[in-house]
Design a protein. Structure first.
Length: 391
């Protein structure tokens, strides 16, 4: 069925959903925005800090639009069929090629429909907007649509990525940062459009908190921090960090901090006061580990299940075992070995599931417990994989 045959239903669902979305977002996040009456076709580009970001967009725009969404949503059976019937999202394979996604986005935009994309492709781990593919500027100019940049603030500390589904209520705000007509875009270069988008949607949760602190209250607020921060800043031990309640501590040397409602750390002889600063230091440490690794194993994690992913269709189990990273190769369970420099995409979904694309094949690694897999994304980039953006 052509999209035009379903557009009326999609627009009606959008209109009916907006009041409920506004009530839910206000109750859960103390969310506020000024609804826009802009008419399509619109290409809405927003920063990505929480699982609930699409809900914020629904509240912010009366114009119905199609979201670019992770393709795993298309592999949920009845749920996927219902989602397609209600809103027909555009599937994007994490860790895979974006060519088909871009083609479908352009098709819908040129047909007069509106599209929303979170160009980072992945939620921020440490509160700062991630890099995104520079081709977004070319896409915006080629679409013939009005480019709208939308800036969300406060969502990271309300729903930290490393915390899983845990929510903390504080304050979330959203606003239109820029509106660029098709005519304006034609007078700009691809690079200038990309730079404008990066400027408009940039967010640093901790820089904002330093200027205007807001409390984000919740339970067990430090739990699962070890899915991101796995190196102790005092003794340097790896995979010894533990969390309990609002405590985050090293099982090797006893270093401990308390996670405060403001998102900052407090503690005796504290090394870093924020997740952001700790993560930046850790990224440097990972880079040095990769540089000095020799022929040995850089990282290894066991108990992971490997699947071969067919975009939007199914995931075929290939085996269970360990994931090992060497300077030149990533060894997956089931005897699959990928040369690092031929990994074209690597990304984490949620807190731990790892998606990898290489040679036209896509894989998903599922971790049953608390596991830091984000370190593989950082390390592969350090080792020369072209998968810089991890989308």
């Amino acid at each position: 069925m052509e999209l035009k045959d379903s557009r009326g239903r999609h627009a009606a669902v959008w209109a009916l959903t907006r009041p409920a979305a506004a009530a839910i977002m206000a109750a859960k996040f103390n969310f506020h925005t000024r609804p826009s009456g802009l008419k399509g076709p619109l290409l809405v580009v927003a920063n990505h800090n929480s699982d609930w970001d699409p809900g914020f967009i629904v509240c912010a725009f009366r114009e119905q639009m199609y979201f670019v969404a992770s393709e795993h949503l298309m592999r949920l059976g009845t749920v996927s069929r219902l989602l397609s019937w209600l809103q027909a999202p555009i599937a994007r394979q994490k860790g895979g090629s974006a060519v088909g996604t871009v083609r479908e986005m352009l098709r819908r935009l040129r047909a007069g429909y509106s599209v929303c994309v979170f160009p980072e492709g992945n939620r921020s781990w440490d509160g700062a907007t991630r890099p995104f593919p520079p081709a977004i500027g070319r896409l915006a100019r080629a679409s013939g649509a009005t480019l709208v940049t939308y800036h969300i603030q406060g969502a990271y500390l309300s729903n930290p990525r490393w915390a899983g589904p845990s929510l903390r209520k504080g304050r979330v705000r959203g606003s239109i940062a820029g509106v660029y007509s098709s005519q304006t875009l034609q007078g700009m270069t691809d690079g200038e459009v990309t730079e404008a988008i990066a400027r408009d949607i940039h967010e640093d949760a901790f820089a904002r908190q330093r200027e205007e602190p807001v409390s984000y209250a919740g339970k067990n607020t430090a739990e699962h921090l070890e899915t991101l921060l796995f190196i102790c800043p005092r003794c340097g031990a790896m995979h010894k960090m533990k969390s309990s309640g609002d405590r985050f501590y090293c099982g090797e040397c006893g270093y401990e901090v308390t996670y405060l409602p403001t998102g900052f750390f407090a503690g005796r002889d504290m090394v870093f006061d924020s997740v952001r600063d700790w993560n930046l230091w850790q990224r440097e440490k990972i880079g040095k580990l990769c540089l000095n690794a020799g022929d040995g194993v850089i990282f290894e994690d066991g108990g992971l299940e490997l699947f071969s992913v067919e975009t939007g269709r199914r995931a075929v189990p290939l085996g269970r075992g360990s994931l090992r990273l060497f300077r030149d190769a990533l060894e997956l369970p089931g005897g699959v070995t990928l040369p690092v420099k031929k990994i074209t995409g690597i990304s984490v979904r949620g807190a731990s599931d790892l998606f990898i694309g290489s040679g036209g094949s896509n894989y998903q690694l599922c971790c049953g417990g608390v596991c830091c897999t984000s370190k593989y994304v950082t390390a592969c980039s350090c080792l020369g994989s072209p998968a810089e953006y991890g989308v």
